[in-house]
Write a protein that binds this ligand. Structure first.
Ligand SMILES: *C/C=C(C)/C=C/C=C(C)/C=C/C1=C(C)CCCC1(C)C
Length: 241
């Protein structure tokens, strides 16, 4: 009994009716399982594809560690772990941008594309953090800058240099690039919607706060694991050719 109480004081307890907590818990497991899958598959790929699949695994692994903390934070304080979410995003979103570069390298992508994408994503997340946490009174202002950086990423991959490189590469690479473009356009759009719903005077009455974490948790699973699987699939197919 003593041991049990010791453990439960270390690990926040989840109530069976806590659906937000449940999605944190499931998110944690899903991210861990996906990481194991990507890491254990590495030996089947040659050098050219190994890095891309490794990065897929790093993205879900970093998320798994954050989900472990976020689940506990939620269970202990009943609050949205906004800070941990942003730390997670600041590490994983630039890595997703790196994936675009890695698969386009065969078509001659230059490191300038890599840096451009990383900088856009950092601007998007840092200004978003300002609007959500540091200066919520000017959430609209920071949200607009963040949104502009988001559109810069969308432009780059749909119409800019990255899309031209994908067209030049053709075949499986072009097909996978297109799917990843959809992830960014549709899957990533959930986050700014959540931001607007959490901003007073906008739509914050639409979804009770707390439930927005359910939306983020489901979006994260799709965006991180799904994104990684597209790359895994591309690596498998390209290796066969
Ligand atoms: C795995 C996590 C992902 C893919 C997170 C993506 C996050 C975004 C695309 C966030 C975007 C935001 C805006 C475009 C404006 C408002 C502030 C943000 C940071 C929520």
């Amino acid at each position: 009994m003593k041991n049990f109480m010791f453990i439960s004081s270390l690990i926040g307890k989840l109530s069976p009716t806590d659906y937000v907590g449940f999605t944190f818990f499931v998110g944690c497991m899903a991210m861990m399982a996906a990481s194991a899958f990507f890491f254990l598959s590495l030996s089947q790929f040659d050098k050219k594809w190994r890095t891309s699949v490794l990065v897929s695994g790093l993205i879900t692994f970093i998320a798994a560690v954050h989900y472990f903390y976020m689940r506990d934070y939620w269970a202990s304080f009943g609050e949205s772990p906004t800070f941990f979410r942003y730390v997670d995003w600041v590490l994983t979103v630039p890595l997703m941008c790196v994936e675009f570069y890695l698969i386009l390298k065969v078509a001659g992508a230059k490191t300038s594309l890599l840096w451009k994408m990383i900088i856009y994503s950092l601007v998007m997340l840092i200004t978003g953090y300002f609007g959500e946490v540091v200066a919520p009174d000017s959430a609209a202002f920071w949200g607009a800058i963040s949104g502009a950086a988001y559109f810069a990423i969308v432009y780059e991959i749909w119409l800019g240099e990255a899309s031209k490189l994908a067209a030049a590469a053709g075949g499986e690479i072009q097909k996978s690039h297109k799917i990843l473009c959809w992830f960014v356009l549709v899957g990533w759009a959930i986050y700014p919607l959540g931001y607007m719903m959490g901003t007073k005077g906008w739509y914050n009455g639409v979804i009770p706060s707390g439930n927005i974490d359910v939306v983020y948790n489901i979006a994260d699973a799709i965006n991180k694991i799904g994104f990684g699987l597209v790359i895994y699939n591309l690596a498998v197919k390209s290796q066969k050719e």
